[in-house]
Design a binder for this molecule. Structure first.
Ligand code: PMP
Length: 367
């Protein structure tokens, strides 16, 4: 049998495994920070209508520049982000993973480096590897906040081409204060200058506001967003960015022509028409997230303050063993490889109750 390593794959891919959260068939799946609520029926109808219309034109390539979709995304950001943005500030792709890939293809690549403050979203490092960008693991403090002095030192020492800041951070859930992001931006400009990518995949769940207003006068700042979480549309694969128009022009140099299918554009437009309804689910999920924090603490777990739709809790002498025991009770959470900690996504009230029952039992067993 031919194995990957028998093929002439690039050296940096040898012996590596692909990204993948387990997709197990268990009653309660709280492991990938999805929105637990299916799309409301009127939206399903609207998607069907829009897709039917788009289907008639599938003999043609889709709008390469996704003009209507980017206009609507800019309107959504303007309405919710306290900062006016137009189509020229917005770019969209198949999930924010693809947005990040396009950014690293544009601003990273062979001979260049990117830094992220870990533990954070593991795909940043993996996309760096896939694009031939060197990866530097920057530090976080014991409490998982970014230690600004240490981060500034890392930026000054390595002079990275790209700096990633994930806020709210995944898997830890905590948000990064705007002053810290600003200081990191300044440090990155002094060192290189480099691009700063703020990954706001979970910002709609935050107690605080989006950093969109910081875009003003900062052409090296990019804010990356997604419809996978707050819009409850992980299956749609629609991510987007907001930045200076020059950044939007620059990513066109690497994007594949017609990368966003007509079906994707039609579906995303339908979902945006139902923004208000979808954001009501966000309010419910925020309340459930806060309940998880309170109840986990009442059970006796340590919990990191969360601004996302998930919560990191611990501490376990052996987090993988705890993960398995929770799974034995029909609840799938995530072991992100952060020693001593696990992560649970906020589900429906019933799912969260099942999870809390499971971790209550596991806590007793492990004592
Ligand atoms: N950024 C962060 C911080 C994430 O956690 C995720 C998804 N888990 C993504 C980006 C990617 O999301 P998508 O590609 O679905 O937009």
């Amino acid at each position: 049998m031919t194995r990957i390593d028998d093929l002439p794959v690039r050296d940096e891919l040898r012996g590596k495994s692909p990204y993948g959260a387990p997709q197990l068939d268990v009653p309660v799946r709280l492991n990938t920070n999805e929105n637990p609520y299916p799309l409301p029926e009127p939206l399903v109808e609207r998607i069907a209508e829009r897709v039917r219309e788009a289907a008639r034109d599938l003999n043609r390539y889709p709008d390469r520049d996704a003009v209507q979709l980017r206009t609507e995304l800019a309107a959504y950001l303007t309405k919710t982000g306290r900062h006016p943005l137009g189509i020229e500030n917005v770019w969209a792709a198949n999930g924010s993973n693809e947005v990040i890939q396009q950014l690293l293809q544009t601003f990273g690549g062979p001979g260049r480096t990117a830094v992220g403050f870990e533990p954070s979203y593991s795909m940043h490092a993996l996309i760096a590897r896939g694009t031939g960008t060197g990866w530097i693991s920057g530090p976080r403090g014991e409490d998982f906040t970014i230690d600004l002095a240490a981060a500034e030192r890392a930026i000054a020492e390595h002079r990275p081409d790209v700096v990633f800041v994930t806020t709210p951070n995944n898997p830890t859930g905590n948000a990064v204060p705007p002053e810290t992001v600003l200081a990191l931006y300044e440090a990155a400009q002094a060192a290189k200058p480099s691009m700063v990518i703020v990954d706001e995949a979970y910002i709609e769940f935050s107690h605080g506001d989006s950093l969109l207003p910081l875009l003003e006068g900062r052409p090296h700042l990019v804010i990356s967003r997604t419809m996978s979480k707050a819009f409850g549309a992980a299956g749609l694969r629609l991510g987007y960015l907001a930045a200076d128009p020059a950044v939007v022009d620059a990513v066109q140099l690497v994007r594949l022509p017609y990368h966003l299918s007509a079906i994707t554009q039609a579906t995303a437009l339908a979902a945006l028409e139902h923004t208000d309804t979808l954001l009501k689910y966000v309010e419910q999920l925020k309340a459930e997230r806060d309940r998880l924090v309170t109840e986990l603490r009442a059970i006796g777990y340590d919990v990191i303050e969360s601004d996302a739709n998930f919560v990191q809790f611990g501490r376990f002498p052996d987090s993988h063993e705890a993960w398995r025991r929770i799974l034995d009770r029909g609840v799938l959470v995530r072991d992100n490889g952060v020693p001593g900690w696990l992560r649970v996504s906020a589900g429906t009230p019933e799912e969260n109750d099942a999870f809390l029952d499971a971790v209550r039992e596991v806590k007793k067993e492990l004592e």
